[in-house]
Ligand binder design. Structure first.
Ligand code: MG
Length: 216
């Protein structure tokens, strides 16, 4: 709460007003903390503030919204149209962070973006490497289809993943292009996947100062 605004101040001083800056709160703040935090970041004019507090209780977002003009992005844990429709209708967010893979595919996400369009709410689909190249390609195709595109999160998949999933997508100078292959432009090679047996892995545990396990 104290440190992050000083980081944004330093970055703005160094790089000026044009650089788009984003921050992810990972649902860690209470609604009151989230409101105070969003307000404290207003001078740094963020592109978006993501998951500033839990989105499942949608009244939380109303409270934050009433206190601050910092743009809010939410939705990466949502699993259906019904998880986000009220946030859109009440204009409590600025960016839809849902992922095709968690949200039921292209069709429900396309419906949600059509619902968001009259309110000038834009897309900002979830795109870390745990969204497979197939899921990512689905998002990219939807990005170029909708009129209220905002931004697309993207992390490069590993060399091994791209061996298993052959994609036609390109990423150059910060710009993604889905390529010209038919369909989603991704070819899955199960025989290559067999070279990489499953290895169990976990995200790091997140703990409070007293050692209590806390929401990642
Ligand atoms: Mg996030």
């Amino acid at each position: 709460m104290r440190h992050v605004p000083t980081v944004f101040e330093a970055v703005r001083n160094e790089f000026g007003p044009e650089l788009p800056l984003l921050h992810d709160g990972h649902n860690r703040l209470t609604p009151r903390e989230a409101a105070q935090f969003a307000k404290s970041l207003e001078p740094y004019n963020l592109f978006w503030l993501e998951d500033v507090t839990l989105g499942e209780n949608q009244e939380n977002l109303r409270y934050v919204r009433q206190q601050s003009t910092t743009p809010l992005a939410i939705g990466e844990v949502f699993n259906s149209v019904y998880d986000i429709k009220d946030l859109i209708d009440n204009q409590l967010i600025d960016y839809v962070r849902c992922a095709t893979t968690h949200f039921g595919g292209i069709t429900p996400l396309k419906k949600v973006m059509a619902q968001a369009e009259p309110y000038q709410i834009k897309s900002g689909f979830h795109g870390p490497t745990d969204v497979s190249p197939i899921g990512f390609a689905a998002e990219l195709h939807l990005d170029i289809n909708i009129h209220n595109y905002g931004a697309q999160e993207y992390m490069t998949h590993s060399k091994e993943t791209l061996e298993v999933f052959e994609t036609s997508m390109t990423f150059e100078n910060g710009l993604l292009h889905p390529g010209d292959n038919p369909g989603l432009g991704v070819e899955f090679h199960p025989e290559i996947a067999e070279k990489f047996p499953y290895e169990q892995a976990y995200l790091p545990y997140n703990r409070l100062a007293d050692g209590t396990v806390h929401n990642w």
